[in-house]
Write a protein that binds this ligand. Sequence first.
Ligand SMILES: [Zn+2]
Length: 294
Amino acid sequence: MRDGDLVGLARSLGIPGLVDIHVHFLPDPVQRKVWQYFDDAERNYGRAWPIHYRLPVPERVELLRSFGVVAFAPLVYPHKPGMAAWLTDWVADFAATVPEAVPTATLYPEPGVVSYLDAAVRAGARCVKAHVQVGAYDPRDALLDPAWGLLAEAGVPVVVHCGHGPLPGEHTGLPVFEEVLRRHPALTAVLAHAGMPELSLALDLLDRHPRVHLDTTMVGVPFTTDIAPLPADWTRRLADVADRVVLGTDFPSIPYAYAEQVDAIAGWAEDPALGEPFLRAVLHDNGARLLRVS
Ligand SMILES: [Zn+2]
């Protein structure tokens, strides 16, 4: 499958297009730094990571449209205190200019987190990103406790990068985040990268917590099959949680074409237990429901 085939795929499935819950748009200086980090990926991650879509913002938006993406969550995330409110303001402005972009927000354990998050949710933020690995914070931090509570109450999903991939962090690991889930059972958490590399543990979390979802970002693509191979019972277990699996891609900072992610998901759907209903749910319906896209 190539990027040019995606619109036809959506049409053949009878869905309006793709809904992607895990896309990144960042202010230019921040985006440049992120890409510099990936340019050094051999040193940072032990393998090259050539960015496939290193393009100016308007061209990236146009590309998503050309893939048939009808809605997406542009995710921002801080790596230090004092950044989250500014990034949240920036992404609100960005979403106001791009009809397909759903307003989002981010957070960091710092004084004031509840107030800027509350303001963002009141202003219409429909998805939040929490990056435990890059932010290097403990999701159980007392400063975050009311923030998780606020999101649970508002029914706003939070895409959480809390797995050990691509590198373990001080506070990564699904068991750590599960403590947050125990305190906030109503929280709609979307495990980014399906908790990679702990894919089976992520599915265990979905079994135990009915509000927990997973996104497909980088899961099952050739680039990650060696570091995070799919468990043998992957598709069988997905069948039990098919309404809680959501398309995510990490566009634009991926070292391969966008269609490779959709191709991987289409491969899982070849299991008769999944089939086209699963594909429609993952590529469109589940994300549309979470992001409240009509
Ligand atoms: Zn990401």
